[in-house]
Write a protein that binds this ligand. Sequence first.
Ligand code: NAP
Length: 274
Amino acid sequence: MDMGIAGRWALVGGASKGLGYGCAAALAQEGVNVVMVSRGREALEASAIKIRALRADSMPANSQNSLKNSPEILTVAADITTASGREAIFSLRQDFDIVVTNAGGPPAGDFRAWDRDTWLAALDANMLTPIELIKATVDGMAARGFGRIVNITSSAVKAPIDILGLSNGARSGLTGFVAGIARSSLAAKGVTINNLLPGIFDTDRLASNFATQAAKAGKPVEDIKAARIAALPGKRLGNAEEFGKTCAFLCSQHAGYINGQNILIDGGSYPGTF
Ligand code: NAP
């Protein structure tokens, strides 16, 4: 299926690894020009090279010069949760058609140990940063008659986990905000705003979570991982590629009537009917 977004411009946060990388790669494969952001320059540049090569691999022999197959892949090594980081991004360009908001998640822990600064850091990263990115881009999208915002949040918004209180709280704030503005006058101007809620995905972040749990339980990482996988309906972890393809569909021309939704992508782990 042609997603109908070749030649558009996307901003993807947290794009050097994991779910953000999956989204950047899938959009690039649809011919979207992508500005990839993450803090570590080396990993970011390596990922951009990988995406350019992916795009070349997926290029049909007879369409070497078609727009769909020649998107630009640019990088900004910056902390997207800071005002200066966002300035660096928007000094590169401002008229994004697609914005995938994403950065690292807050740490797990016991809420008794979290002070005001800890809360403010989580709110900054997982609520206020996506709101700032939305604020900076949606009016331009509306003026041009097309826009897609996809916020990578978490299945913990729908099924909270006690030790992830910082994530549950900050992301729920974002979710409430999005529910309101997605239904505002932006909707009539071709702008959709949705949240994509990952369950358990095989990324660096998950590997480090498993390592922490293993150290705490005094068990091998492989045992912790195997037990987690055994509890999943599909008996496997999600992968960044399938996450990215779902994100690309939500950003597509065809997804224009999907708006203000929280889309769970968890292999069926959430036990409810709705
Ligand atoms: P990951 O593999 O650790 O990748 C995170 C990416 O974000 C990296 O490219 C990282 O690069 C970048 N990043 C982190 N902080 C940043 C910042 N302040 N500014 C710019 N870039 C930043 O993580 P992931 O598993 O893909 O997770 C992505 C998001 O989904 C997180 O918010 C996570 O909490 C959430 N999530 C993940 C899962 C899962 O199973 N994987 C489940 C639920 C929710 P640098 O470190 O170089 O900046």
